[in-house]
Design a protein around this ligand. Structure first.
Ligand SMILES: Nc1ncnc2c1ncn2[C@@H]1O[C@H](COP(=O)(O)OP(=O)(O)OP(=O)(O)O)[C@@H](O)[C@H]1O
Length: 344
């Protein structure tokens, strides 16, 4: 079957990954990514992002459930999937004595239909650094080289693991621009990142992982819409909180104060802001430091992670036993990266 006919380029169903010692790093997750879509996997440290992405790259078989990439099982049918995916790992690990262009040429030797070296380097803004030895590159330049190698084979699916770590603000913007162009050209992108602004900026859809499970998913707007907006201001001189209209009438769901600073949270930002400003107008007072803002993805993320942590703390005894096992084995501290490819 022609792979372009697959609506879901990536399809993950009830996927599980268990490491030696019985630690369940991925606990039954389901999501799909369409052609030309950019999907971000977010999560706290150790949430299971890399463990998931490695299964999709075919580096290990799942302990349960299934993964399909371009219609194939990435582990069992690696030879069909591998030539069509580009992988940018967290740590590329190139031979440091080679120059930038030698590195790309070496990689191109193992890549069918590779882009010309110059083109790959221009794409990531390393055109002028082609004669420099890899060991002389900055951290950000090494990330760009990583990206150039991932793009060499004009992949249909691109896995980007923390692509902008170490890049300065300009480098990050340039990488975002390139990733957007690739996506617009039909490349499907799976991104893991710790920069929530990056996910907010790039992702068509995202999932927030927590302890191996999906705690929330949707478009960035959908995920943030579940969180309250915030209005902050200073209480005018000689006024108290009780002098404001009743908070419930303003549509406020909860609030806190810090000295004279008042923070209101609401799911009806327009209504709350309008009523508050009308009150201030009538009372002829100035709300100093007024700040009105929708929830950011970062706030949504923190709240969802906190809620998920609360839920998992009170989850079943059997699951807690699994966690305890993982802790005893030292597997929960994210300290066993080197052996990841050898998962059970
Ligand atoms: N080879 C391994 N053996 C045992 N446990 C492992 C192994 N690799 C990872 N783990 C554990 O699996 C869990 C998930 O790790 P993973 O690296 O997938 O998380 P992550 O979301 O990518 O984290 P980070 O954001 O820190 O990169 C962690 O508790 C980690 O300690």
């Amino acid at each position: 079957m022609d792979m372009n006919q697959h609506e879901h380029v990536i399809e993950v169903t009830d996927l599980r990954r268990v490491y030696g010692g019985g630690f369940e790093a991925v606990r039954g997750i389901t999501f799909s990514v369409d052609r030309g879509e950019l999907f971000a996997l977010l999560g706290t440290n150790g949430a299971g992002k890399t463990s998931t992405v490695e299964l999709l790259e075919g580096l290990a078989p799942p302990a349960g459930g299934s993964a399909r990439v371009l219609g194939h099982d990435p582990y069992e049918e690696r030879s069909k999937v591998r030539p069509r995916i580009g992988v940018m790992l967290q740590e590329g690990g190139f031979p440091s004595e080679l120059t930038v262009s030698e590195t790309v040429r070496m990689w191109a030797g193992c890549t069918s239909g590779a882009r010309p070296t110059g083109e790959a380097l221009e794409l990531v803004g390393l055109g002028r650094r082609s004669g420099v030895r890899v060991k002389q590159l900055s951290g950000g330049e090494k990330r760009r080289l990583d990206l150039a190698l991932a793009l060499l084979g004009r992949p249909d699916v691109l896995f980007l693991d923390e692509p902008t770590t170490g890049l300065d603000a300009e480098g990050r913007q340039e990488t975002w621009e390139l990733v957007r162009e690739l996506r617009d050209g039909g490349t499907t992108v799976l991104l893991t990142t710790h920069y929530l602004a990056e996910a907010e900026e790039l992702a068509d859809r995202l999932a927030i992982l927590h302890e191996g499970r999906i705690a929330a998913s949707g478009t960035p707007a959908e995920v943030t819409a579940s969180q309250p907006s915030r209005i902050t201001f200073e209480l005018p001189d000689n006024y108290f909180l009780g002098d404001l209209p009743p908070l419930a009438e303003l549509g406020v769901t909860d609030h806190d104060t810090d000295g004279r600073t008042v923070r209101l949270r609401t799911h009806e930002l327009q209504r709350t802001a309008t009523r508050l400003l009308l009150w201030a107008e009538r009372a002829r007072v100035e709300l100093r430091g007024l700040d009105v803002r929708s929830a950011s993805l970062e706030e949504a993320f923190l709240r969802i992670a906190r809620e998920a942590a609360g839920t998992s703390a009170s989850s079943s005894g059997a699951e807690m036993a699994t966690d305890a096992q993982g802790s005893r084995d030292g597997t929960k501290a994210g300290n066993a990266k080197a052996g990841k490819g050898t998962a059970a």
